[in-house]
Design a protein around this ligand. Structure first.
Ligand code: FAD
Length: 436
C-alpha cells in the first residue's frame, strides 16, 4: 500500500510541477482568472500527456505494486481526462478573448498556434482510434504503430506550441523544467525502442518443445541460450517475441503456465489460437529463437497471505492459474483450494487430465462448468452465477484469496457476484487478457 501511495505521489508531483513552477513567474502570468485557468490546464494537460509515455514504458518497479492491467486501465482512463483538459485550454481562451479565433486559421495564424491546433487534432485522432479500434476492426499491430506516432506528434507539437508562445516559459526555472521534461520523454522512448530490445537481443531463448492442448491451444517450452533466464512468481506473465528481432516490437503478452522456473531456466506458455499471431504458434519450428521480456504482473498467490484460495478460470484464463496450481503442488502446499473452471464444451477443457491428477497432490476441489454440455454431463452447466458460487464457496471465515482470469465480461460479472456475496474486493485479484 505504501509503495502504491509513493508512486501515486510521484505521478501527482510530475503533473503538478509545471503549475508550481508557473507560480514562480515574476509577473502575474495572465489577464484574469479564466485566462490563468486556461494556461494552467494547458500545462497540466501537456504534463499528463508526457507521463502517459512513462506509464506504458513497463518500468517494473513502478508497475509491480499495481499490476500492469491496472496501469493500462489508468492510462486509458487518463486519455479522456487529458482530452478534456487540453480542449478546455483553447475553449477558455477563445471565450475570454474571441478575437483570437482567427488564429485557428493556419493561413493567418503564427506557426506555433497551428502547432497547437495540430496537437489537439492528433490527440483526438489517437483517442478516437483507440476507443473505437474494435468497432473499426483495426488490427492491433498497425493500430499500435499509429498510436505511438500520434502520441509523439501530440506531445511534440504541444511542446513546440509552448516554446513558440514563449510568454510562460521565459523564467529560467520553467524553461529548465520543460527541457528536462522533453529530455525524459526522449529518454523513455529511447529506452523502450532501443535499450530494452537490445537487452532482450543479448538474452535470447529458443523453442525446445511444442505440444497441442485441448481447446485449440499450444504449450511452447522455451529455454535460455547462454544465460540462466529469470525467476518469476506463478501467475505472472511476459511479453513473448517468436522469431524476428525484438527491435521490431512484435511481442505479445502471455502468462507463464509452468510452475516456477527450474534451474535450467525453461519457461512454458500455453497459447490459444485466436488471431493473426496465435494461429501461427502451432506451426512454429523447434529451435526458433524467441525473446522473453518479463516477468510482469501482480496476479499471483505468492504476494498474498492466504489461508486458502479460490480460482475462477474461463477458457484459456486457466493458464496463469495452472502455473499457480503447479507451483503449489511442487511445494507440497496443503491449504484448501477451490477451482471453478468454465468452458463451452467438455472436450475443450485445457489441462483437464493434469488438473484431475493435481487433485491427488493438492487439497483441491474442482467445479467444472460447461455452457454446452453433452448428454452424459452430470456437472454444473450454464454461466457462473451468484447462486453457483454460493453453493460451492467455503465458509466466509476461511479468509481465502480469490483469483479470477477469463473473458472480460465473465471476470467483471464474477467480481460483482463475489462482492455481492460479501467478499471484500481487496481479496479479489483478476487478470484481464485484453490490455487494449
Ligand atoms: C497479461 C496478459 C496475459 C495473457 N496470457 C495469455 C495466455 O496465457 N494464453 C493466451 O492464449 N493468451 C493470453 N493473453 C492474450 C494474448 O496476448 C492475445 O490473445 C494475443 O496477443 C492475440 O494476438 P493475435 O495477433 O493472435 O490476435 P488478434 O486477433 O490480432 O488480437 C486479439 C486481441 O488481442 C490483443 N492483442 C493482440 N496483439 C497484442 C499485442 N501484441 N499486445 C497486447 N495485446 C494484443 C488485442 O486486444 C486484440 O484485440 C494474455 C494477455 C494479457 C494482456
Amino acid at each position: 500500500m505504501r509503495s502504491k501511495l509513493l508512486w501515486f505521489g510521484v505521478y501527482l508531483a510530475l503533473v503538478l510541477a509545471p503549475l508550481a513552477v508557473l507560480l514562480l513567474e515574476a509577473e502575474p502570468p495572465g489577464t484574469g482568472f479564466q485566462w490563468d485557468l486556461a494556461i494552467a490546464l494547458g500545462f497540466a494537460g501537456l504534463a499528463m500527456m508526457g507521463v502517459q509515455f512513462v506509464l506504458t514504458a513497463r518500468f517494473r518497479r513502478a508497475t509491480a505494486p499495481f499490476g500492469i492491467d491496472i496501469i493500462y486501465y489508468f492510462h486509458r482512463y487518463l486519455g479522456g481526462v487529458i482530452l478534456l483538459t487540453i480542449v478546455l485550454h483553447p475553449v477558455l481562451l477563445l471565450t475570454d478573448s474571441p478575437d483570437l479565433v482567427s488564429w485557428l486559421n493556419p493561413l493567418e495564424a503564427p506557426w506555433h498556434m497551428t502547432a497547437g491546433v495540430l496537437s489537439i487534432v492528433s490527440l483526438v485522432t489517437l483517442l478516437a482510434t483507440s476507443a473505437l479500434r474494435r468497432q473499426f476492426h483495426l488490427a492491433y499491430e498497425p493500430w499500435r504503430v499509429a498510436h505511438s506516432l500520434l502520441a509523439i506528434a501530440a506531445v511534440g507539437l504541444a511542446l513546440a506550441h509552448m516554446e513558440g508562445v514563449q510568454r510562460y516559459v521565459a523564467n529560467p526555472w520553467t524553461h529548465a523544467l520543460w527541457r528536462a521534461f522533453a529530455l525524459s520523454l526522449i529518454a523513455s522512448v529511447v529506452f523502450v525502442r532501443i535499450v530494452r530490445p537490445w537487452q532482450l537481443h543479448r538474452r535470447p531463448y529458443r523453442i525446445v518443445n511444442r505440444v497441442a492442448e485441448r481447446g485449440d491451444a499450444w504449450t511452447l517450452t522455451v529455454e535460455p541460450i547462454g544465460h540462466r533466464g529469470f525467476e518469476f512468481q506463478p501467475g505472472q506473465f511476459a511479453w513473448l517475441t517468436i522469431g524476428g528481432s525484438p527491435f521490431r516490437m512484435r511481442e505479445h503478452p502471455f502468462s507463464f503456465s509452468s510452475g516456477p522456473a527450474p534451474a535450467d531456466g525453461r519457461l512454458q506458455f500455453t497459447i490459444k489460437e485466436l488471431g493473426d499471431f496465435t494461429r501461427t504458434v502451432g506451426r512454429v519450428s523447434i529451435g526458433t529463437t524467441a525473446y522473453v521480456d518479463g516477468p510482469y504482473g501482480a496476479f499471483t498467490i505468492d504476494r498474498h497471505q492466504a489461508a486458502g484460495a479460490v480460482f475462477v478460470a474461463g477458457g484459456i484464463g486457466v493458464a496463469p492459474i495452472m502455473s499457480m496450481l503447479r507451483a503449489l503442488a511442487n511445494r507440497g502446499d496443503r491449504r484448501p483450494l477451490l477451482l471453478f473452471y468454465a468452458y463451452r464444451r467438455r472436450e475443450r477443457l485445457t489441462f483437464y487430465e493434469e488438473i484431475e491428477t493435481l487433485k491427488t497432490r493438492l487439497a483441491l476441489t474442482v467445479v467444472y462448468l460447461l455452457e454446452e454440455p453433452d448428454e452424459e454431463w452430470a456437472g454444473e452447466r450454464g454461466r457462473i452465477t451468484r447462486e453457483l458460487l454460493a453453493r460451492h464457496l467455503p465458509p466466509d471465515d476461511v479468509h481465502c484469496q480469490y483469483f479470477v482470469c477469463g473473458p472480460e465480461a465473465m471476470t467483471q460479472a464474477v467480481e460483482r457476484q463475489l462482492n455481492a456475496l460479501g467478499v471484500p474486493m481487496s481479496r479479489v485479484h483478476s487478470e484481464l487478457f485484453q490490455l487494449v
